[in-house]
Design a protein around this ligand. Structure first.
Ligand code: GAL
Length: 334
């Protein structure tokens, strides 16, 4: 049966209108690893606010650190017909199937904060994660006792998180020459599964069981795990007597820094990162992905990258960084 030409034309017009409508009101799918850490709640809220300010809407899924669930989350967002996907992978190497489904559906994918490996990506929006590690290690090195070999305990992040490897790489950039010269000795090191504070506490307990109190600093990769390690130091009567690093400027960490049980953190203005990612996602939904200054190879292609700036924070510059940026009110930190 021949379909009258007018109906075909109407159907075409309708789908063009829908495309126009979705470009005007893009729907962005946001797939998160977890909402466990304080920062991810901020990322989510700032991202939604900016997409809505730009006339779009956001559908959020959080995978609770489960790869199978995250792939399922992404596939359900694809089925719902989102225009763009923004993903914080739990494991950057476990997203291949989801990336293939997105590609088949013609949906651009933006990796947020953590890189997705071996998959088609439209863009990667993050901080300079190697520099995070360099800032942490340099802060420690600048304050190590000069007259003796400095003994370090190192607690890395989640082995599934590509960022954790970049943080370690940055720390190694600073430490390796000092380790080779014998100025610094790593007396214990391990990876904290899923960035869980309780796993960091176990690592710290195990180190103290093995080496006693024979160390001068604990190089920890983020504030959540620093909190776990410090719990162990408190139980050993060592809290405030040793250098402990962190990252993210969590409220609890900023309070610890002002109290002296944690020494420093790395402030990452996630509101800026989320706003930038929202602008790139909405532009991408309209087919105008902005030009990136640089690219990173994710094992599949050179991915256009957008970076936001970071700063090392301790009690001496807390007010002019974290507080001045409105990240935490002074009254909650002091
Ligand atoms: C990293 C992120 C850090 C930290 C950690 C735990 O990928 O860059 O800011 O919070 O995850 O969620």
């Amino acid at each position: 049966m021949r379909i009258p030409r007018i109906l075909t034309a109407l159907a075409l017009a309708a789908s063009a209108l829908t495309a126009l409508a979705s470009a005007d009101k893009p729907v962005i799918g946001l797939s998160l690893d977890t909402l466990k850490e304080e920062r991810w709640q901020r990322d989510r809220d700032n991202f939604i606010a900016e997409v809505e300010r730009l006339g779009g809407s956001v559908v959020v899924q959080s995978a609770n650190s489960d790869d199978t669930r995250q792939v399922r989350d992404i596939e359900s967002l694809i089925t719902r017909g989102v225009d763009v996907l923004v993903v914080v992978p739990h494991n950057g190497e476990a997203m291949t199937r989801a990336m293939r489904s997105a590609k088949e559906a013609g949906i651009p994918v933006i990796a947020y904060d953590r890189l997705i490996l071996n998959g088609e990506l439209a863009a990667y929006v993050t901080f300079d994660n190697v520099k995070v590690g360099e800032l942490q290690a340099q802060w420690v090195v600048d304050r190590l006792p000069a007259d003796k070999v400095a003994r370090l305990v190192r607690i890395y992040g989640a082995p599934t998180d590509n960022n954790a490897k970049l943080f370690k790489q940055g720390q190694d950039n600073v430490l390796d020459p000092l380790i080779s010269s014998g100025r610094v000795k790593v007396v214990a090191e391990d990876w904290a599964l899923d960035w869980k504070p309780e796993n960091a506490k176990k690592i710290m307990n195990a180190a103290i069981t093995r080496i006693g109190h024979e160390f001068d600093a604990v190089l920890v990769s983020n504030d959540g795990t620093a909190g776990g390690a410090i719990q162990s130091l408190i139980e050993e009567g060592l809290a405030g007597k040793l250098i402990v690093t962190g990252q993210d400027a969590d409220l609890a960490a900023c309070q610890r820094i002002m109290r002296g049980t944690q020494s420093m953190t790395v402030f990452k203005p996630v509101s800026k990162l989320a706003t930038l990612a929202a602008q790139i996602a909405v532009a991408s939904a309209k087919g105008n992905l902005p030009k990136a200054e640089t690219t990173l190879n994710n094992g599949f292609k050179e991915v256009p990258c957008f970076f936001e700036k970071i700063v090392a924070v301790d009690k001496d510059n807390m007010m002019e960084t974290v507080v001045a940026a409105g990240f935490h009110p002074a009254g909650q930190i002091q």
